[in-house]
Design a protein around this ligand. Structure first.
Ligand SMILES: *[C@@H]1O[C@H](CO)[C@@H](O)[C@H](O)[C@H]1NC(C)=O
Length: 202
């Protein structure tokens, strides 16, 4: 009898595990409500440089939805996402409606507690490669499951697309020689300044 009781417990536990894993494993973007209004300072066609330029992002709940919409909202995760033009022939960036397998959004802009609305200034990470992007924000509930979203682009991800120029290819060696070169330029400038002033004074 005791053995049967424990196997029932085991089954109940397994059921609980399956239930808690199940929903988060099967979130589809197409079924998420779009409740956030997201903006980015980077405008359509703008070119930004990784490691140098900044993007200010804002997010807010669409006011025309009921206040109770946000009851389960715990966290906001804002990300940089590849525009379709930069996904072509690159299966490592492929969009999948099943969010667990989606590779559209690979760079975190910010992850923060859901405070209703928010604003963040993001310095484009040096790891971000050259490509076209938009910004998307996911809302997560207490179990870290996506329950809503918002994005700076339209449904087809064609509007408000901006470009980031990455720094890959600009290797450390090149950066060092660029540094040496500019140090040399400064030295040359001083040299010629001194020569010119001497000429004038003579
Ligand atoms: C806010 O939500 C309403 C109702 O769903 C929708 O019609 C409207 O387009 C949304 N506004 C924005 C800016 O997304």
């Amino acid at each position: 009898m005791a053995g049967m009781g424990s196997s029932k417990t085991t089954i109940a536990l397994l059921f609980l595990i399956v239930c808690s894993v199940g929903p988060s494993a099967a979130v589809l973007l197409s079924q998420l409500p779009k409740t956030l209004i997201v903006t980015a300072s980077a405008k359509e066609g703008e070119v930004l440089h990784a490691g140098k330029d900044k993007i200010t992002v804002t997010w807010a709940l669409n006011e025309s939805l009921g206040a109770s919409t946000a009851d389960s909202y715990k966290t906001v995760k804002v990300q940089l996402c590849y525009a379709p033009i930069s996904q072509k022939d690159r299966k490592w960036r492929k969009t999948n409606d099943l969010l667990k397998k989606d590779k559209t959004c690979q760079f975190d802009v910010i992850k923060t507690a859901y405070p209703g609305s928010g604003k963040h200034e993001y310095l484009v990470d040096r790891e971000v490669p050259s490509a076209s992007y938009f910004v998307r924000a996911y809302v997560l509930d207490a179990s870290n499951t996506q329950v809503a979203f918002g994005q700076t682009t339209d449904k087809d991800k064609m509007t408000n697309i901006f470009t980031i120029v990455g720094i890959s290819g600009r290797t450390v060696g090149i950066e060092i020689s660029a540094g040496v070169f500019s140090a040399f330029s400064v030295a040359a400038l001083i040299f010629f300044y001194v020569v010119e002033t001497r000429k004038k004074n003579n």
